[in-house]
Design a protein around this ligand. Structure first.
Ligand SMILES: [Zn+2]
Ligand SMILES: [Zn+2]
Length: 228
């Protein structure tokens, strides 16, 4: 054991077990996401690629997740605080299961000429939290993917919690205009892999995709750590 571990012992975020942030037993509670389907028609499709017939000009080209968004993952994501964030995420990614790793490797073959772009936070949210989870997640995933990193989008406002918004139209209105392109960002003809911590309805990543594609991005694939 290192001195650091004695001074700052690690406790499992799930059960309090000493020695790691996510113990092997709690790791079992994370379920690899395997409901691969097209975002638009919801019918099955490998790696969540959008069927050619479902793809419109400003649409997402594919969307998948590494784990299902369940209660335990929600707890982990909620409990990660600034000081420990980097360490926890590195423990987390180090423990990734073989089937999830295989998926990341498959993604690597289709996204080899992509640029990885974490979904940004607003300035206010960044100040409040002290860090952006999506940046850390993208950083660790990129150890496997080895892609160039982008910083193209700015988040200008937060959306209201989605739960209160029933219809598709309301959700769309809620996210409209939350992103802009960074001045001088050149996304023309680029392929972008958007990384977000949690994707549920997908309205946020759809809006990010719309902004990128309106500015000439040729392809956008979305990878979520947790897919609801
Ligand atoms: Zn545990
Ligand atoms: Zn489809």
């Amino acid at each position: 054991m290192f001195l650091k571990d004695l001074l700052f012992p690690k406790f499992c975020l799930g059960c309090g077990y000493l020695g790691t942030y996510i113990c092997p037993k709690c790791y079992q509670k994370l379920k690899p996401y395997n409901r691969e389907r097209c975002y638009y028609c919801k019918k099955s499709s490998p790696l969540g690629l959008t069927h050619p017939g479902c793809l419109k000009k400003l649409n997402i080209d594919g969307l998948t997740g590494i784990y299902y968004y369940n209660g335990f993952l929600k707890k982990i994501i909620k409990n990660i605080k600034y000081r420990l964030a980097t360490e926890i995420w590195s423990d987390f990614i180090r423990g990734i299961k073989r089937d999830s790793l295989e998926k990341i490797m498959k993604l690597k073959t289709i996204a080899k000429d992509y640029i990885i772009e974490p979904i940004p936070l607003t300035k206010a949210r960044m100040t409040e939290r002290g860090f952006n989870q999506s940046i850390l997640i993208a950083k660790f995933l990129n150890k496997f993917l080895g892609l160039e990193t982008g910083d193209f989008l700015i988040r200008v406002k937060d959306k209201y919690p989605q739960a209160q918004l029933g219809s598709k139209l309301m959700r769309y209105r809620n996210v409209r205009g939350i992103f802009t392109l960074r001045p001088n960002a050149d996304v023309k003809n680029k392929k972008i892999l958007l990384v977000d911590d949690v994707v549920t309805t997908g309205s946020t990543v759809s809006e990010a995709t719309r902004v990128l594609k309106r500015n000439g991005t040729s392809k956008v694939f979305v990878l979520a750590l947790a897919k609801g």
